[in-house]
Design a protein around this ligand. Structure first.
Ligand SMILES: [Zn+2]
Length: 333
């Protein structure tokens, strides 16, 4: 018969009494400073947790604390008490850590693979009206905050638009696009909105000082449109609202959050490479060569070094050495 040393508190005072606990004929029996005999079903045994004493509580609020976990476990075992599976699993930190690691890994895999795939599928499946509406909302917001009317003459605008219009798309049909000119408070910039609007700032035209290089920038932006990068990025950034929008057929929540998301949008490195590849293909297809595209990013890199970083085009299109190397390799082919 196992007897376990325990500390007994009567639940009314803080007085410590030393007792032994044993189990006899379905009853817990205390002997020592206090004497007590209670049926087992009237007691509650705390779950195991490392370090802490196990606690046995009586119906009237009195309780026992047991330090000798081993002996207490043996006693419980004799009475047929079993810890639940959850308790036994929680016991093992190894199991806890493994479960946490597995959860993190699963989430990370989902983020890496599932979400982009989902976003791609959704972006392609969205009705064009949704992209148009989103793009228009973002443009209105940017016009309010970041853009002012262009200072380029209508002739100059028509000339650039006409030149870009005359280029053949490299593959498939070109996505529908419209070129909009703005002056910018955020420096040289060009970006494509999900609606198909490509916004080109006067500052970018001035910085490049070469129309073929401007065409290269526009071809890159057309690549983003071709791959629905804006919409994909947007869906990934607001996947919950987007999914519920699709499920419930109500896109208003997405419409409300989209402008802010698009405003500080950075494309992924993969998206940038896709758009670069599209631009390279388009330049080659039209006999313009890849050098103008290389010039764009070298020019931007210079500007970055002069100014020590910049917002706008530089932050969303980092002219990294890796990127330049890729483009130079394409130019050399
Ligand atoms: Zn880009």
């Amino acid at each position: 018969m196992t007897a376990v040393a325990a500390r007994y508190f009567d639940g009314r005072s803080s007085r410590l009494q030393h007792v032994t606990l044993s189990v006899e004929a379905g009853h817990a029996v205390l002997r020592g400073d206090a004497e007590r005999r209670e049926p087992l079903h009237a007691l509650r045994v705390s779950e195991r947790s490392r370090g802490a004493a196990r606690k046995v509580t009586f119906a009237d609020g009195a309780y026992l604390e047991v330090d000798d976990h081993e002996a207490f476990a043996r006693l419980l075992h004799e009475t047929g008490h079993r810890d639940s599976l959850v308790v036994r699993l929680q016991q093992s930190w190894r199991a806890v850590l493994a479960a946490a690691a597995a959860t993190v890994a699963l989430l990370w895999l989902g983020y890496l693979y599932l979400l982009p795939a989902l976003a791609t599928g959704m972006a392609a499946a969205l009705p064009a009206g949704v992209e148009r509406q989103l793009g228009a909302g973002v443009l209105a917001l940017m016009d309010q905050r970041l853009l002012v009317p262009t200072t380029l003459s209508p002739q100059r605008q028509a000339e650039l638009t006409g030149r870009f219009r005359s280029l053949q798309p490299p593959r498939g049909g070109a996505p529908g696009w419209r070129l909009l000119f703005r002056s910018s408070r955020i420096g040289p910039n060009a970006f494509a909105l999900p609606s198909g609007d490509i916004v080109l700032t006067d500052q970018m035209v001035q910085l490049l000082n070469n129309d073929t290089a401007v065409l290269a920038v526009l071809a890159h932006e057309l690549g983003h449109l071709h791959e629905h990068h804006g919409m994909r990025r947007l869906i990934q950034g607001s996947v919950v609202t987007a999914v519920s929008g699709l499920v419930f057929g109500d896109m208003s929540a997405l419409m409300a959050t989209a402008p802010a998301l698009l405003l500080d949008m950075k494309y992924s490195r993969d998206a940038e490479q896709d758009a670069d590849d599209y631009a390279v293909a388009m330049m080659l297809h039209n006999g313009l060569g890849v050098q103008p595209l290389v010039d764009v990013f070298s020019r931007l890199q210079q500007l970055e070094q002069q100014r020590g970083g910049d917002m706008g085009y530089l932050s969303s299109h980092p002219p990294s050495s890796e990127r330049l190397a890729r483009l130079r390799a394409a130019a050399a082919r």
